[in-house]
Design a protein around this ligand. Structure first.
Ligand code: AR6
Length: 202
């Protein structure tokens, strides 16, 4: 059983878990999500950590994708091998750069989560881990980003054909606590039968 600080349980038994402080490169979900940039050629933050831990086969595949489709716009997602990672796949998405909230950042961030879930589900993946997209180098305020992330995943997961469990693997305790608060809030606003909020043991 995986560690979690809190989780949301849906009526159909699917779960969203919140874990941290934790390193997503160590995850044993079938796929992990990378907060990439449009070049798909790597960068800093979680992107660098994933390429470093997964090895060169991830970058090779990213280069093949860019040769075929060009750069990846914000809000979209593609999938590659996980290379040497425990996760079999990496889903690469590009979140929005935060510019004060008047540049459709909220829609683009929601789209990054939805597109990542869709590509994973299309590959028959049953478990997926997300970092906190856009809240590092891209500057998205964490409270705002967490509310969008949790709401979008909670809206998208129940109808997926294959995905059963989505984890938020959050690097620092402040970010983790903000996501847990967002999850608790969402459960309070939902009809009591549709989703249950539960504290965990990590
Ligand atoms: N595991 C989990 N989360 C992590 C890890 C890790 N190993 N390392 C960092 N984080 P960022 P962005 C957290 O900057 O804001 C890159 O250069 C980090 O603490 O990685 O979407 C790309 O190439 C933060 O909470 O992604 C892009 O150019 C979160 O991951 C740009 O940064 C996201 O921080 C993307 O910026």
């Amino acid at each position: 059983m995986s560690d979690f600080a809190a989780r949301l349980i849906f009526a159909n038994g699917k779960t969203i878990e919140f874990d941290g402080p934790a390193d997503i490169t160590k995850e044993v979900t079938e796929a992990i999500v990378n907060a990439a940039n449009s070049t798909l050629l790597g960068g800093g933050g979680v992107d660098a950590a994933i390429h470093h831990a997964g090895g060169p086969s991830i970058l090779q595949e990213c280069k093949r994708i860019v040769a075929k489709i060009g750069t990846l716009p914000a809000g979209k997602a593609v999938i590659t091998t996980g290379g040497r990672l425990a996760a079999k796949y990496v889903v690469h998405t590009v979140g929005p750069v935060y510019r004060g909230g008047r540049d459709h950042e909220a829609e683009t961030l929601a789209s990054s989560y939805r597109a990542s879930i869709e590509v994973a589900d299309d590959h028959g993946i049953r478990s997926l881990a997300f970092p906190s997209i856009s809240t590092g180098a891209y500057g998205y305020p964490i409270e705002k980003a967490a509310a969008i992330a949790v709401r979008t995943v909670a809206e998208t997961l129940p109808a997926c054909a294959h995905l059963q469990n989505i984890r938020f693997v959050l690097f620092d305790i402040i970010t983790r606590n903000i996501y847990v608060t967002a999850a608790e809030k969402l459960s309070r606003l939902s009809p009591s039968t549709s989703v249950i909020f539960e504290k965990g043991h990590s």
